[in-house]
Design a protein around this ligand. Structure first.
Ligand code: BMP
Length: 231
């Protein structure tokens, strides 16, 4: 994995898709990506063994996109399955701190796993409920002090707002490519990483697409987009 990269590769297989193809995509993209994100389609397809396999590829920084939204104890029991395998875990901010995210954060801190909170999503429906509560969700994040937050690339105003609220949060932004936002949109609005899935995995040549994106991001960073790279 490339420490200075701003690209997080998202793996969301269709039902029946083999793990070998995804593993070979990750191997081919190693030098262009900062990390890999896996979620429910991946876990339901390949289980924890699949996570182990991807985690073993080129020193993967793996983010488990569980979008946790439960009481603290149950969120912890979910993440326990992935202990020792993942760099970070994504949870929803809307469940709040008390009895939920504070408890999860305590557990994650004790295991050296990063917490990432969803503040805004990339699809149009995010404006129906979630985005109207942005200030409240950011308040939960301030209380819990996550390593990172998710803000969709569709709403660059909210990316800027999140960046203005904290220089400390890593901002991870999906919605690039298949969902319509041009690569670089989020980075140049203050995000640290762009999460990209189908644009890479469903391209004819995933490694070459990832390389082009990585080069594009490097150029944008040289021109002043994004925040300084860090771990
Ligand atoms: P793609 O680049 O193929 O659209 O994939 C985007 C990835 O980011 C998916 O894994 C999706 O679950 C995730 N995601 C998103 O698209 N929007 C959000 O607001 C939050 C996400 O985690």
């Amino acid at each position: 994995m490339e420490r200075g990269s701003r690209l997080i590769l998202s793996l969301d297989p269709r039902r029946g898709e083999g793990l070998d193809r995804l593993a070979s995509i990750v191997s081919g993209c190693c030098e262009y990506i900062w990390g890999v994100k896996v979620g429910l389609p991946f876990l339901l397809s390949y289980g924890v063994e699949g996570v182990e396999r991807v985690a073993s590829l080129c020193g993967s920084r793996l983010i488990a996109d569980l979008k946790l939204a439960d009481i603290g104890e149950v969120m912890v029991r979910s993440v326990e399955h992935l202990e020792g395998l993942v760099y970070g875990v994504i949870a929803h901010a809307f469940v709040g701190a008390g009895g939920a995210l504070e408890y999860l954060k305590g557990y994650l801190d004790s295991r050296g796993i990063k917490l990432i909170l969803v503040l805004s999503m990339s699809h149009p429906g995010s404006s129906e409920v979630v985005d109207g509560s942005f200030e409240a969700l950011a308040g939960v994040a301030r209380r819990v002090s996550p390593w990172g937050v998710v803000v969709g690339a569709r709403n660059t105003g909210l990316i800027r707002a999140a960046r203005a609220m904290s220089r400390d949060w890593k901002i991870l932004s999906p919605g690039i490519g298949a969902q319509g936002a041009p690569p670089g949109t989020a980075l140049c609005s203050g995000a640290d990483y762009e999460i990209v899935g189908r644009l890479i995995t469903e391209s004819g040549d995933p490694a070459s697409t990832a390389r082009s994106l990585h080069r594009h991001y490097s150029r944008l960073v040289e021109e002043g987009c994004g925040t300084p790279a860090s771990s």
